[in-house]
Design a protein around this ligand. Sequence first.
Ligand SMILES: Cc1ncc(C[n+]2csc(CCOP(=O)(O)OP(=O)(O)O)c2C)c(N)n1
Ligand code: SF4
Length: 322
Amino acid sequence: MNTITAKEFTEIECSDRSYELEDYETETPRWCKGCGDFGVLSVVQKYLQEKQVDPESVVCCSGIGCSSRLPHYMKTYGFHSIHGRALPVATGVALMRPDLQVLVVMGDGDCFSIGGNHWLHAARYNMNATVLVLDNEVYALTKKQVSPTTRAGTLTNTTPRGAYVGGLNPLSVYMGISNRSFLAQTATWLPGHLEKTFRAAWEHKGLSFVRVLQRCPVFMPDAFDAGGVNFPALFLDGGDEGIPVEKGFLKKSPTVKHDFTDVNAAQKIAQTEDMEPIGLIYKNTDTPTYQDIRESRIAHLSRSELVSKLNEEINKYSVQPK
Ligand SMILES: Cc1ncc(C[n+]2csc(CCOP(=O)(O)OP(=O)(O)O)c2C)c(N)n1
Ligand code: SF4
């Protein structure tokens, strides 16, 4: 009789593994009908299945919000953390487990308001992670409060006379951060473009930041022209390496040629007013990640050397027997 060892058995099991879509799915999402978050979840799951990414090699981190429920629906590792704190959690995971792939999902309130400082510094560190902000221009989970991207004059529960000040522009803020290496903008009602954007972001080494304009038909039904044909988009043509929009949509909005490797051009595009640039705004593959810099500075010691150095340090602060 042929017998195989446990090790051989594990090797056979691993090499034979192939994943179906359901291997990335958990329960039915509890989002409202028509919510843009569904499209994002579907794009992420389909991409991971297409690439046969091991579910156990992915960690989805989020804060609190409707959008932050996404990790619940992914059969991967995940952290549904604290409002605004998805990036500190993700940073810890990315630093300690560089073998894992980190996906971060946040809302606009989560990322640009309470998590604003974390957002700036995670970008500056160029951590290795894919970061999606599902921006519906409102706090949705807590039922329609003003957010940092809510437009001036918008009526919300916290601005019953209309928001006094205009929202911030996440794109231009982002382009002002040193060491940022990837910036793109897409929308939940452009599924093909959303898919290509996620693909490019996932495959980029460093922090890829994607602002996804997200429809919330419950609390912001009129935002983005309801994802309609009059939505004021500016499509970016970045050539073969860019992230083009499907042909049918191009007729409805102007398209401009854009060199996403040119930081000045990217800063200018990011400052566009009255239109939302859609496409790859900036990409720099030469920016070192924080992990790489850190790795290059750490002295690689054997275990016994490490223990002896540690003892040396501890002994400095302890009373030695005479
Ligand atoms: C520290 C803290 N502050 C406030 C809240 C309440 N809170 C939960 S979700 C949320 C805002 C959600 O809006 P956003 O981040 O834009 O995500 P969305 O629900 O729109 O996807 C707020 C204020 C909280 N849970 N924790
Ligand atoms: S409230 Fe808006 S963002 Fe939240 S689940 Fe419903 S449609 Fe989606």
